[in-house]
Structure formats: C-alpha cells, structure tokens
Design a protein around this ligand. Structure first.
Ligand code: SF4
Length: 354
C-alpha cells in the first residue's frame, strides 16, 4: 500500500507532509488535487483527531485513509503541570517507541512552544540533562510539527512563539528542522511568523553558514555559555571542533549578510562564568557586533553546577550595563517540574495523564 514506507514497513503519517507531498499521495490513490488541499487544511488546523472527522471527504476515501495511513506520528503519554500552570511539560512516544519532551510556556502575552529536534543529544554539554541520554535518533519533520500541534490543542491560548531549544541539537538535524519551521510558517497552514520561530544551536559553524547563505528568516540563537575558548571547553565539548572566535566570525557573517541580530544564550553557572571579569571578557569577545545576549540563570539538575546567588547575578548584570549590545535575563519557569532550560530528559513517572 502506497502510504507505507516500503523500507521500514512503518505507517506513513500525514502530519509533516507539505501540500505538494500530500497532492502526490492523493494522486497515487486516484484522487483529485483538491482532496489533498482539504486534508492539508484539516491536518494543520490541528483540530481533528481522526480521518472520520474530515466532513468534506467522502466516507469511502476516509476509510481508505484510515486503513493505509495515520495522522499523528506521536502519541501523547503525559502532561506534567496543571492546566493553570505557566509551564507544562509534555511527554510523547514515537511510533518507534522512543520518548521525547516538549514544553509549553506562558509569559505575559507570549505563549511559547519549546520543541525537541532529536531523541537525546550527542553534544554532551556537561550542564544539560538531555546529554545524559546520549544521542538516539533524529526526529522526522512530522514528529517535530506534531509536538506543536499537540501543544496547541492543549493550550488555552494561541501559541505565539516556537523555540527549537528542547532535546537535541537542531543544526545536526538541519534539513528536517528547516522543513518543520517552513511548515509552521506556511501562510496557508499553521501561519506562525518567521520571526516568531527561533532555532538555537550550540555552534555548528558549517550549518550556521548554510543557514546564513540560504537566507532563512527564522531567528538564530547561539549557546555561548562562556566568554573565552577555555571557559566554553569546560562545559561544551563542541567548542573543541568549533572554536569561539570562529563562532563569533560566523555570527558576524550572519549579521552582515542577513542584516539580522543573532542572539547569544549565556547560561550563568555559579563561580564558573558569572564573575565580573567574565562579563568584561564577554564585552571584549562580542565587541560591536549588533546582537542580543540572553542571560539564563542555571537550572540545577543535581550535578556539579549551581545557579549563582541573586547577588552574583546582579553583579554580572551590572557589569554588562555599558555593553554595546542588548542584554536580557530569562528566568526559566517550570524548574520545579524539570521543564526549565537544559533540564529536559525523559522521565515517565508522575504527572497528569492525558
Ligand atoms: S544543551 Fe542542547 S546541545 Fe547541549 S547537550 Fe543539551 S540538548 Fe544537546
């Protein structure tokens, strides 16, 4: 049957397919183009649970769709956090049985979905819970977009922003992450503005260059987490392959070519990178590159690293007062349910069943 992947014998799912891919599929079933357009609208409205709810599709064709394909590549296992919480964590099972997590966050008028791009991660950042899982696999386009659709279904408010800051290094699953972002951005579909989608990388320089060259309008965030090469090396093994000065050059090239500000994420860890001298080194490192620096007080995961005290944070922030770049501080919500930045690791116990 055409909707099965012949190599893996896995059922193919509609979420993740573009409009033209859907047209190809329905054509193979002897159906007209507009049938694919109808399915596309149903699928990305995010409001249907089964083919049977697709009222404008003939019953006989709905039955064929049911027998030969599926809608969701993911199944929702558990939601941690109450409906009223500012932050809720979602646990999903892939059709191949691995688990991933996503986070829904509410802050003022912003509702943000933090999506995963891989099962586990190979980057091995020392402060990150996901790193402990090791790398298992890249997510498909459908598995990425489906996280968004599930979160939207369970959210009281319309999701206004997406960040690729969940499990995995998005730029090591580059093609699928970009395709997923394109589907989220599609004006006839989910229609999330490009500037509301942020792709975060640990600093995979060749992919930053590719992203720049291809002219994507999504926001670029780079996890810096240290102001010198040695400091980065202490917690981020990727810094060995992608040295800090080359990374800053790639960010400069991005700014000059795309005319957009990159964001540098800087996780502040007690006594590691939170001294006044670190702030001064950060100013020297970035120089006059127009950008935003987002400071993230570390969310503890029970390891070696600690969140700096309020006093230390204030000193650090004050030392950046005259920096030529914009500085923001992100106080992660959801640390009590391990949904803060760097805390995602699959844990199937507890929580609210869906
Ligand atoms: S911080 Fe990001 S890149 Fe580093 S190990 Fe964790 S998920 Fe991977």
């Amino acid at each position: 049957m055409f909707m099965f992947n012949v190599k893996t014998n896995e059922k193919v799912h509609w979420i993740g397919l573009t409009r033209s891919e859907m047209r190809e599929h329905v054509a193979k079933l002897g159906q007209p183009h507009f049938r694919a357009d109808q399915i596309y609208n149903w699928i990305y409205s995010g409001k249907i649970k089964s083919f049977q709810s697709m009222a404008n599709i003939p019953k006989s064709f709905r039955a064929i769709l049911d027998q030969t394909s599926g809608i969701h590549p993911l199944s929702l296992v558990k939601i941690t956090g109450q409906n009223s919480s500012l932050t809720r964590k979602f646990l999903f099972r892939l059709s191949t049985d691995e688990m991933i997590e996503s986070v829904l966050m509410q802050e003022g008028n912003r509702t943000t979905a933090c999506l995963s791009s891989q099962v586990g991660c190979a980057m091995d950042c020392d402060f990150c819970a996901t790193a402990e899982m090791g790398f298992q696999k890249n997510l498909s386009v459908g598995e990425i977009v489906d996280q968004f659709l599930f979160l939207q279904q369970k959210s009281e408010k319309i999701i206004t922003n997406v960040v690729f800051m969940g499990m995995g290094e998005p730029f090591l699953n580059y093609t699928r992450v970009i395709k997923a972002a394109d589907l989220l951005n599609e004006p006839d579909g989910i229609d999330l503005g490009a500037r509301r989608i942020t792709i975060s990388t640990v600093g995979i320089i060749p992919r930053i260059k590719q992203f720049t060259k291809e002219g994507h309008r999504y926001k670029l965030a780079i996890s810096l987490n240290g102001a010198t090469q040695n400091q980065r090396l202490q917690t981020m093994p990727a810094a060995k392959k992608y040295p800090i000065h080359m990374l800053i050059d790639a960010a400069k090239n991005y700014y000059e070519t795309a005319k957009r500000f990159p964001t540098f994420e800087y996780v502040l860890m007690n006594n590691l990178n939170d001294r006044t001298t670190d702030a001064e080194n950060l100013i020297k490192l970035i120089g006059n590159l127009p950008c935003k620096v987002n400071l993230i007080p570390y969310n503890e995961i029970g390891g070696n690293y600690k969140r700096p005290s309020h006093g230390r944070l204030t000193h650090f922030i004050n030392a950046l007062k005259n920096a030529p770049f914009t500085v923001t501080v992100r106080w992660s919500n959801g640390t009590e349910i391990d949904a803060g930045c760097g805390q995602l690791a699959v844990n199937a116990g507890g929580g609210v069943q869906s």
